[in-house]
Ligand binder design. Structure first.
Ligand code: IMP
Length: 427
């Protein structure tokens, strides 16, 4: 049994939970390796809807849920999610957490919000959850880690040093009231006893699980184009959601990963600011948004909607070494006479067939579309590829060609069983 990574190939919200849920019953470990509660997984199991932000979506499955060192943890959110799920009868007691994961402190949330306000027109459109400032502290080596909760003196010292610096910024630059370090430290320490039993050597445990032939699923949050290195910088998140992040974010080496599954929505969405060449600012965009229920799980913000951009997904397939693509929400495209697919960009009058290297080129890229024939039949009950209308099949095959990677699964509705499997995701 392999190590499998599931990642988003666009700007997030591709419906990764649907794919991880397909693998769910067979996984021994489901691991989050990057991001924080800026993520949002919506799962529908037995007609019940579950929305989670921090816990791996695999928490609903029999395996062990894991939060790796690459994740940033808001302790309030962690325990709120645990309590909500427990109240609904979900067993969360097997959750394990890396001692090296960084903690989102209340001042990180404050900083996230005031920084966005300060940026004004240049704002990133963050989720306001404190994710960016927490990663900034991590890289600055002034972060607070889970393990710090177990040494009260050290924790108080670290919080004090960090808050002293933040207060300079908050008071002098942002005209905000100062933060009281003792209050912050008391609050964080109040979680110490509850989190302690969950803290384990995640890297060793996952490596041993892989040695024993267990199935370890690394569940990406956000997506390739929100990656701080490879995404549409600066309109990105502050971590590495790409497949390689599964290694740095947990402590397993690249040789341990066998499959990398990229999730692609049958059209494109984005929340927050930043370039989006196929964005539809007209009634067609509204129609996609309504049909797809494209409103953020985390912030409730309406998502920006547009046609499928093959250049966006192709570069994600290439940079992540995708072995498979899982296409989601294909049913949402039912009812269009023609479905445009972006196959190239017009940049300053020149036809460009690859995702550009320069952000300034992407900013002015105009989509060049190929218009595929649509379908009107309800596809939500189809369970095999052959059952799909011919035009739907053609749409899928054309995307496959353009992306350069096989499509192994297709989502035709929100429920677990509304899925078509072309190639088994585990073999
Ligand atoms: P942050 O991660 O909250 O700092 O936000 C940075 C950018 O990433 C913003 O454009 C957010 O809207 C976007 N973002 C963060 N998490 C997600 C997600 O799970 N889905 C989609 N966009 C996200």
């Amino acid at each position: 049994m392999p190590g499998i990574v599931v990642i988003g190939t666009q700007w997030g919200d591709e419906g990764k939970g649907k794919c991880t849920d397909q693998l769910g019953d067979r996984t021994d470990y489901t691991v989050r390796y990057s991001g924080g509660n800026n993520a949002g997984h919506t799962l529908v199991v037995n007609g019940e809807k579950y929305a989670m932000h921090l816990l791996p979506s695999g928490v609903l499955n029999p395996g062990i849920p894991v939060i790796g060192n690459g994740v940033v943890i808001d302790l309030d959110v962690l325990f709120e999610e645990i309590e909500t799920l427990t109240a609904r009868g979900v067993d969360v007691s097997k959750l394990i957490i890396s001692a090296n994961a960084h903690i989102i402190a209340p001042y990180h949330r404050t900083l996230d919000k005031v920084t966005e306000r300060f940026l004004g027109k240049r704002k990133i459109g963050t989720t306001g959850r404190g994710v960016g400032p927490t990663y900034a502290d991590k890289i600055n080596r002034i972060g607070i880690r889970v393990q710090d909760l177990f040494d009260e003196e050290l924790l108080r010292e670290k919080v004090e040093a960090s808050v002293a610096q933040k207060n300079q910024l908050l008071v002098k630059l942002y005209n905000h009231r100062a933060i009281e370090p003792v209050e912050v430290a008391d609050h964080l320490l109040s979680f110490a006893d509850r989190i302690r039993p969950m803290v384990r050597d995640v890297g060793r445990e996952l490596n041993e699980a892989l040695d024993d032939g267990k199935l370890v699923l690394f569940e990406g949050a956000q997506a390739h184009h929100l990656d701080v290195d490879h995404g549409t910088y600066p309109f990105v998140t502050s971590s590495n959601p790409i497949a390689a992040g599964a290694c740095t974010g947990t402590g397993v080496g690249p040789t341990r990963i066998d499959r990398i599954i990229g999730i692609a929505k049958a059209y494109t969405t984005r929340v927050g600011e930043g370039p989006f060449p196929t964005e539809l600012l007209d009634a067609d965009g509204d129609r996609l948004r309504e049909a797809g229920g494209e409103f953020g799980t985390t912030t409730g913000r309406p998502r920006r909607c547009g046609w499928f951009d093959a250049l966006v997904v192709e570069v994600a397939a290439t940079y992540n070494g995708l072995t498979d693509v899982f296409l989601t929400k294909l049913d949402i495209l039912t009812g269009w006479e023609k479905i445009p697919v972006c196959v190239a960009y017009d940049i300053d009058g020149e036809r460009v067939e690859h995702y550009p290297v320069l952000m300034s080129d992407l900013m002015k890229a105009k989509p060049i579309y190929e218009f595929l024939d649509g379908w009107t039949e309800d596809i939500s009950e189809c369970r095999t590829f052959e059952e799909l209308p011919e035009n739907t099949q053609r749409y899928v095959r054309r995307l496959e060609e353009l992306i350069g990677c096989r499509i192994s699964g297709i989502g035709v509705g929100p429920a677990r069983e509304q899925t078509i499997t072309l190639h088994d995701l585990i073999d």
